[in-house]
Design a protein around this ligand. Structure first.
Ligand SMILES: [Zn+2]
Length: 443
């Protein structure tokens, strides 16, 4: 069984306690930048099942929720799950689909929402996405070779070589209607409005059905679908994404709040019911993003470097959000680097040689034993990240140095045991496994 790397059971809070569905999701997940999301979502729910929202709307909770909205003249499907789960989602949802599928609406282009489009398409079915969908799916395809080993590392599965490069614009784009800011249609007397609401992806849209005061917002809230208290969002995902623009995300949540929904239907997890609760949750989430963004910008304008701000900016407890999924320090760095790029005004860093280029010289000066001893002292003093840097120095010269590897494993294990963020925990596990592999004698 594929081990769940990003969510070791020992690190998963009690609210996420069902391991077996997760394992199957992980095993099946393709090279998707959404794999972590899927994993956590699967934790957050039981086996996929049909849930009736009202007379017209039903959903299947699965690796990405799939919705149907019935009208007297046909049905609308909102999101389609990941490809491997889509047939099951369709089988579960089909009894609630009362007419021909006239439209499929994609809240965004992540793989856990677009994998079942072809299963629902009938003659004349229109597939609707926001205009940025085209670039987003091409971006994922364009960099498939880059994302593949990262996803493999994140999920502890053997790297799967990507196919031949499809080119810059070689992705299969299934949308037949793409809009910029707003699109609407009426089917069977029911009005459907779609708004561009970039957030977790640039192509996010919100589907608004005024008749039901229902807003389908994809992954712009509670992307991982965990119950309250929710986590701060992943404004930057370290597996490799463009920074997600905080100000866009804030504006998008404002757009949803201004609709005054009575129910918000998420891409993962349960609906939020009642305008008071919708407002409470979305406003808190929105304000937390604003806080982190504005503190980062203030720090940048004050001349502070990115590492200082990563250390300084903490989310006040009043927001009542965890960092189980999105980590504030990574978000700070995502915002900083997203605005400023890589250069930090230090001439040493603008050239093509990294600091590690002189690590072998340092080891020659100090001796590997002395550097390892210092790493061990750092571990004893609780300075674990410094210990990791020191082991980097030794391992750059001697990748199989057993003392350096053992010190590294120790530092990583302590960090893992302290971590309260699933993604961080997963990458620490990855580092531990990699170091242990290095310790093994060559076959
Ligand atoms: Zn999703």
């Amino acid at each position: 069984m594929t081990r769940l790397r990003l969510l070791p059971p020992s690190r998963v809070p009690s609210l996420l306690s069902n391991l077996s569905p997760i394992s199957s999701v992980i095993r099946l997940a393709p090279l998707s930048c959404l794999a972590l999301l899927l994993a956590v979502c699967a934790f957050a729910q039981d086996q996929p099942k049909l849930v009736r929202i009202n007379d017209a709307i039903s959903m299947v909770k699965t690796s990405g929720n799939v919705y149907v909205v019935n009208t007297p003249e046909g049905s609308v499907i909102i999101d389609t799950a990941i490809a491997e789960m889509a047939p099951q989602a369709k089988a579960l949802l089909s009894p609630a689909v009362r007419g021909p599928v006239k439209y499929i609406i994609l809240t965004h282009g992540h793989a856990d929402h677009i994998g079942g489009i072809s299963l629902w398409q009938e003659t004349g079915t229109q597939v609707i996405a926001q205009r940025n969908h085209y670039e987003f799916v091409n971006y994922v395809s364009r960099l498939e070779g880059f994302f593949a080993p990262r996803n493999a590392a994140a999920f502890g599965r053997p790297p799967k070589p990507p196919g031949p490069w499809a080119g810059n614009y070689g992705a299969r784009v299934e949308a037949t209607i793409m809009f910029d800011e707003k699109y609407e249609f009426t089917l069977g007397g029911v009005q459907f409005q779609m708004f561009s609401t970039p957030g977790e992806t640039p192509d996010h849209l919100t589907v608004w059905i005024p008749a039901y005061k229902a807003a389908f917002i994809g992954d712009n809230y509670s992307g991982i679908g965990v119950p309250e208290p929710n986590s701060f969002p992943n404004l930057y995902a370290i597996r490799g994404t463009k920074p997600r623009w905080a100000l866009d995300w804030i504006k998008s949540l404002d757009t949803v709040l201004e609709l005054k929904p009575d129910i918000v239907l998420n891409g993962h997890g349960d609906p939020i019911v009642g305008n008071a609760e919708v407002t409470r949750r979305l406003k808190r989430y929105r304000d937390a993003i604003q806080y982190v963004h504005d503190e980062t910008v203030k720090g940048m304008n004050a001349g502070k470097d990115v590492y200082t701000l990563m250390q300084e900016i903490k989310l006040p407890a009043s927001y009542d959000l965890t960092e189980a999924f999105g980590k504030v320090s990574w978000s700070v760095r995502g915002i900083y680097d997203g605005y400023a790029g890589f250069y930090d005004m230090n001439p040493s860093t603008m050239f093509e040689l990294p600091p590690s280029s002189i690590y072998p010289d340092l080891v020659k000066l100090a001796g590997a034993e002395a550097v390892v001893k210092l790493a061990q002292e750092k571990i004893a003093a609780g300075k674990l990240i410094e210990a990791l840097h020191l082991t980097d120095v030794v391992l750059a010269t001697d990748p199989k140095n057993p003392d350096a590897l053992n010190a590294r494993i120790k530092a990583l294990e302590v960090l893992r045991d302290k971590s309260e963020n699933y993604v961080e925990t997963g990458w620490l596990e990855y580092g531990i496994d990699k170091a242990k592999l290095q310790l093994k004698p060559a076959p």
